[in-house]
Design a binder for this molecule. Structure first.
Ligand code: ATR
Length: 267
């Protein structure tokens, strides 16, 4: 029996257990996925303990993603992003840390036939999600304009990301006029029916990914659909960060359909 899990605090409403267990069921794997809520200052002990117990892999979420970077041996992309959300214990040395949020966004877009090579992308938000998406898009060959409410944070992030520029939200209309891809990596749209992007800046040549998945149909995605844009909801990003973690841990292709169904039936 292989045991996988999620470290976070709180993790009560996480959709990762049913998503991963649907994959184990589909492939007939003897595995379980469980949640753990260590105290804030017990993260290192929790990861070392998991390793000692033979746990096969862990996802890491708020508030531990940044600190986890200091405890495991991080991959290059996770180091650049500054956060780890997936730990693999299968090697003989220290556990390896990955950031599958970045790849999750890329796979969500590619799954909707969005070509990222040489694409002009606009990322709204420069927090944890914005960092992951910006580095991921740059690695995929896109030019990245980062727009954030707090403009200096966007500029600072843009200095670290190849071929990136940093802006305030006022630049969005101008940036979007020439863009192919838009990603909302802010929390705007989660609580209320609000959007960080003016509707008239959207157009039919855009692909729009909203990282918000509660609700699935955000005001941004409704506006984007109305403008004739390709829309990709936040459940795709959530799905593909899990798919990527599954594939790192097991070395097998994930049963994407089964995982998607388990996720969407709960949203
Ligand atoms: P996460 O890890 O989910 O990205 P975060 O690091 O707290 O969370 O970042 C939240 C992002 O949403 C930030 O880019 C934040 O902008 P600021 O850097 O200016 O705070 C953005 N954000 C949150 N509320 C916002 C709002 N009402 N309007 C515009 N941007 C907002």
């Amino acid at each position: 029996m292989d045991v996988y899990g999620l470290l976070g605090n709180p993790v009560g409403h996480s959709l990762s257990p049913p998503m991963h267990e649907a994959a184990y069921d589909e492939l007939g794997l003897e595995a379980r996925y469980v949640t753990f809520e260590p105290d804030q200052d017990d993260l290192a002990a929790a990861i070392e303990g998991a390793d000692a117990l033979g746990i096969a892999g862990l996802n890491v979420t708020i508030p531990f993603k940044q600190e986890a970077l200091e405890i495991v041996a991080p991959e290059d992309l996770a180091t650049r992003i500054g956060a780890v959300n997936t730990i693999d214990f299968s090697g003989s040395g220290p556990p390896t840390g990955y950031n599958t949020d970045a790849v999750g966004a890329l796979r969500a877009l590619r799954d909707h036939d969005v070509d990222l090579e040489d694409a002009r992308a606009v990322v709204v938000g420069a927090g944890g999600a914005g960092r992951a998406v910006a580095f991921g898009l740059a690695d995929a060959g896109a030019t990245v304009a980062i727009a954030n409410r707090t403009e200096p944070k966007a500029r600072q992030l843009a200095e670290a990301v190849p071929r990136a520029s940093g802006h305030g939200l006022a630049a969005l209309e101008r940036l979007l006029a020439e863009a192919d891809v838009l990603v909302n990596a802010t929390s705007v749209g989660m609580e209320e029916d609000s959007t960080p992007v003016p509707a008239d800046a959207l157009h039919g040549d855009l692909a729009v990914l909203d990282a918000v998945y509660q609700p699935l149909e955000t005001r941004l995605l409704r506006d984007a659909a109305e403008a004739g844009a390709t829309t990709v909801d936040g459940a795709w990003m959530l799905l593909y960060q899990g798919v990527e973690a599954f594939e790192i841990w097991t070395g097998r292709d994930a049963p994407v359909e089964a995982m998607n169904e388990a996720l969407r039936s709960r949203l």
